[in-house]
Design a protein around this ligand. Structure first.
Ligand code: HEC
Length: 214
């Protein structure tokens, strides 16, 4: 009986010691890791850098000879052993559609055409684009500008000065001008750039132009 208890105590203490050994984690020390290959992927990780070639050598599952340790995660061929390449100087990131970022800020209404220059709508007037543009117009514009763009939406009753987009001046507006107005607002109209993606803004622009032809 006595021996049984001693054995149990010993097993308990030994397992407690093993568990506690893992609690020394802190700072750069991950503590004791079970199956380290699960945490330190063999593939290069762009964000993590382990430049010590011996890191995790004890965990190597194969004969290693001159192999690096399992934790080593750096690319010797890139500057600073980085796993990502630094982009060439002066490169500008494009979005998923390959478009350059649109960085024109809010400007007074009479300067819009000067700043937008001859920016072109990258979308065509296909039925799909117009249908999507219409759905977006209904969600984001119709309550002020009205179903036909005549400035008679429900909000226009309370929010005076909503533009009648069927007026001659507005019909003459370029797509770039409308895109800029949606993005950054103009006069009394507030910006919608943070709510609507650039692609959707161009779709709305196509729809507004189609609406004005009716
Ligand atoms: C909260 C009401 C409101 C909403 C929503 C709104 N607008 Fe406007 N919009 C206005 C007002 C008010 C003006 C007049 C601005 C001025 O001339 O001071 C205006 C003006 C405009 C103009 C003419 C700008 C110029 O250069 O004179 C365009 C184009 C336009 N809106 C398009 C849109 C589109 C497209 C949407 C939907 C994405 C939209 N608006 C959503 C209130 C709104």
């Amino acid at each position: 009986m006595q021996t049984m208890r001693t054995v149990k105590t010993l097993i308990f203490s030994a397992s407690a010691a093993v568990m506690l050994a893992g609690c020394t984690a802190g700072g750069n020390n991950p503590g004791r890791e079970y199956a380290p290959n699960m945490y330190h992927s063999v593939a290069y990780e762009p964000m993590s850098q382990i430049t010590d070639p011996d890191a995790g050598a004890w965990a190597n599952s194969l004969e290693h000879g001159d192999r690096t340790g399992e934790y080593y995660n750096s690319n010797n061929y890139n500057p600073y052993k980085m796993n990502m390449r630094t982009p060439p100087a002066h490169t500008v990131k494009r979005n998923a559609q390959g478009w350059l970022p649109y960085r024109i800020a809010r400007v007074p209404k009479d300067s819009i055409d000067i700043v937008v220059g001859n920016l072109k709508n990258p979308l065509d007037s296909s039925a799909a684009v117009l249908a999507a543009g219409k759905a977006l117009y209904v969600s984001y514009c119709q309550h002020c500008h009205g179903a036909k763009g005549e400035g008679d939406g429900k909000v226009a009753d309370k929010y005076a000065g909503v533009a009648n987009l069927q007026g001659d001046t507005y019909r003459a507006m370029s797509e770039a001008h409308i895109f800029q107005v949606i993005t950054n607002g103009a006069g009394l109209m507030q910006p919608h750039g943070s709510q609507i993606s650039p692609e959707d803004r161009w779709k709305i622009t196509k729809y507004v132009k189609a609406l004005q032809k009716k």
